[in-house]
Write a protein that binds this ligand. Structure first.
Ligand code: HSE
Length: 371
């Protein structure tokens, strides 16, 4: 019998990407979907295979949720905080798949990224684990890029600088970034179309606009367009932001590492829309050739697209604008570091809403519906 799958938070940014991927892969033919809402019960749900799913169910109704074999939520951590333990306490034994970070580090949950940790997932399923959570997006994208090096147990430590898209902060932030860009353009649009104004005057006007009281700052608090923000998420009071803290702890949980691999990050918000980029310095535990490193990276999974370290291919293939909306994980700028033989640097980009959020959840759902 087809499993009943409850969808919560399917209208948001990650949820919509999830539904689109499921439509593309015909996943809805293999499940009995039920759509819930936290605010619009009774209203129409999404259109799937030309059918409107009418009468949205109440996402706070434990009795209705209990009827599901699997629940998949992209609603966020407040919802998970409110509902998850109530539902488990009601003796619900179904599978919970979650995009939010709330349950990630719990002992009875697994962080899912099956091209990297399918064995860990299968072992967990056999031991009766029922809670599966998507990882932080920079973590998934870094692991998809360098998975071969981790599975070959070659990594001693890595140091990462991230360049993270506005979408990682949420839909309202993407809109605010675009408003900021528009405000900057509007401040000088006339000057850009005549050749009279000097570039220094144009920069002066734009700078004045960024500092203007009316500049849109409701969500980011500070300008992102024409600037960057070198802090993401809350302060861990250790010198790290929580985004930086997640790098080491989520990676080691995904890999089920016996010994912690050290991962140190500096996470920075930039003005790309939905693709995160990462510049990574790796220390290997032995000296291997660049050719070998390249082969290990390429052979790990079919989504890696190795970009040779030259100007032309780098600027056309290794950028957020080249990758956006695709599952491709370009990996390039591979070179040995001046620091020493066991050190190399590499650059990678990935769509934050696909491999960084929705795709690992979709693939986990697929594993569960085939059980
Ligand atoms: N926390 C990430 C970010 C996104 O702010 O970019 C989700 O993993």
């Amino acid at each position: 019998m087809m499993k009943s799958v409850g969808f919560i938070g399917w209208r948001g940014m990650v949820g919509s990407v999830l539904l689109n991927r499921m439509r593309e892969e015909n996943d809805f033919l293999k499940i009995n979907p039920h759509f819930f809402s936290t605010s619009q019960l009774g209203q129409d749900g999404p259109i799937i295979n030309n059918i409107v799913f009418k009468n949205l169910k109440d996402a706070y109704n434990i009795d209705l949720l209990k009827e599901m074999d699997i629940i998949i939520t992209c609603q966020g951590s407040v919802y998970t905080d409110t509902i998850y333990s109530k539902l488990r306490k009601s003796n619900w034994k179904g599978y919970w798949i979650d995009a939010a970070s709330t349950l990630r580090m719990k002992n009875d949950s697994i962080i899912v990224l099956d091209p990297i940790n399918l064995k860990v997932i299968k072992k967990a399923l056999n031991s009766g684990i029922k809670t599966f959570v998507g990882s932080n997006c920079t973590v998934s994208l870094m692991l998809m890029a360098l998975g071969g090096l981790f599975s070959s147990k070659l990594v001693e430590w890595i140091s990462v600088s991230t360049y993270q898209a506005a979408s990682g902060a949420g839909a309202k932030h993407v809109i605010e970034l675009l408003k900021q860009m528009g405000a900057l353009y509007n401040a000088v649009s006339k000057d850009l179309s005549n050749n009279v104004c000097s570039i220094l005057d144009i920069i002066k006007k734009v700078t004045k606009k960024i500092q203007d009281d009316n500049f849109p700052l409701q969500y980011f608090s500070v300008p992102l367009a024409g600037s960057l923000i070198p802090w993401i998420d809350i302060d861990m009071k250790t010198g790290q932001s929580r985004e930086e803290w997640k790098g080491q702890f989520e990676t080691n949980k995904i890999l089920d590492s016996k010994n912690q691999i050290i991962i140190d990050e500096t996470c920075v918000r930039i003005s790309s829309i939905r693709c995160h980029s990462q510049s990574i310095l790796v220390k290997l535990n032995k000296n291997i050739s660049l050719k070998n490193i390249e082969e290990i990276i390429i052979n790990h999974n079919k989504w890696v697209d190795f970009v040779p370290n030259n100007i032309e291919e780098t600027i056309f293939k290794l950028t957020p604008s080249a990758v956006t909306g695709t599952l491709t994980i370009p990996v390039g700028r591979l070179r040995k570091s001046n620091i020493g033989d066991k050190y190399f640097s590499v650059f990678t980009v990935g769509d934050q809403l696909l491999w960084g959020a929705a795709e690992p959840l979709r693939r986990m759902l697929k594993l569960l519906i085939n059980i």
